[in-house]
Ligand binder design. Structure first.
Ligand SMILES: Nc1ncnc2c1ncn2[C@@H]1O[C@H](COP(=O)(O)OP(=O)(O)O)[C@@H](O)[C@H]1O
Ligand SMILES: O=c1ccn([C@@H]2O[C@H](COP(=O)(O)OP(=O)(O)O)[C@@H](O)[C@H]2O)c(=O)[nH]1
Ligand SMILES: [Mg+2]
Length: 232
């Protein structure tokens, strides 16, 4: 049946086929669609150690979302022995931000592979450039390169004091090259200088749901749960 349709399409004038495909793709872009599905994306932001990973694990246990941690994807890339691995490793150990094209490519691949229509993206975008580039991701859609804009439904912001974040990171014990006092201080500075402006941008658009993340994890999750329950 599908083969028949493709064969019939070949008989149509090419400009007409192109016009039809472009129109469909444009419709999809307007509706945040990917592969025929409306994709819902939520950005989970907050300083290092604010509890993003902990709460994302809770969210996927209770709600039908796929959790994508940008940091985890980058660490997996290092461990896979990819050609960019050493460069990513150096940047992470210095507490800096990996070039957008690398992180976004990994996120795109994970979204397409995930096959779900609901994603929580944890720890990204980390600066304004990350945000702008992600929001104008170029995907191959319907045989053509098209600018497809993926914007989040909302941004979940875990607000936590620096002292508490530092304390938590020093106790995290996951053997990470960046969980040492020197890199932690750098990461906190990068958070204030580069990542907070992203949160302020979304705040100005009324898209931020702020959570008091200094409380114990189960209490934080009660607040998170209320937000996700209301959006369902
Ligand atoms: N609300 C909380 N209170 C105390 N410790 C927490 C809380 N949330 C997370 N932690 C702990 O703090 C550390 C950092 O949490 P994590 O979820 O990895 O944060 P992030 O992903 O934002 O860096 C982990 O060891 C985690 O177990
Ligand atoms: O979009 C991202 C996400 C992470 N990182 C790098 O990966 C590190 C660890 O990120 P992760 O989100 O895992 O750290 P967390 O905030 O959870 O402690 C960061 O400090 C950055 O160096 C990055 O460059 N871009
Ligand atoms: Mg994390």
């Amino acid at each position: 049946m599908r083969g028949g349709l493709v064969a019939s399409a070949r008989l149509l004038p090419r400009p007409l086929v192109r016009w039809f495909l472009q129109r469909r793709a444009q419709q999809d872009i307007n509706e945040n669609m990917l592969g025929g599905k409306k994709v819902k994306i939520i950005f989970v932001l907050g300083g290092p150690g604010s509890g993003k990973g902990t709460q994302c694990s809770n969210i996927v246990e209770h709600f039908d979302f796929i959790h994508l941690s940008a940091g985890e994807l980058l660490r997996a890339e290092i461990n896979s022995g990819s050609e960019n691995g050493t460069m990513i490793d150096t940047i992470i150990t210095e507490g800096k931000i990996v070039p957008s094209e690398i992180t976004i490519k990994l996120l795109q691949e994970a979204i397409i592979k995930g096959g779900n229509d609901k994603y929580i993206i944890d720890g990204f975008p980390r600066n304004e450039e990350n945000r702008v580039v992600f929001e104008s991701v170029t995907l191959v859609t319907y045989f053509q390169l098209l600018e497809i804009s993926i914007s989040p439904e909302f941004v979940l912001f875990f607000d936590c004091s620096e002292e508490e974040m530092e304390r938590r990171l020093l106790g995290r014990n996951q053997g990470r090259s960046d969980d040492n006092i020197e890199t932690i201080r750098k990461r906190l500075k990068v958070f204030v200088e580069s990542s907070l402006p992203v949160i302020e941008y979304y705040e100005s658009k009324g898209m931020v749901k702020k959570i008091d993340a200094t409380k114990p994890a189960p209490e934080v999750f009660e607040d998170v749960k209320a937000i996700f329950t209301h959006m369902a």
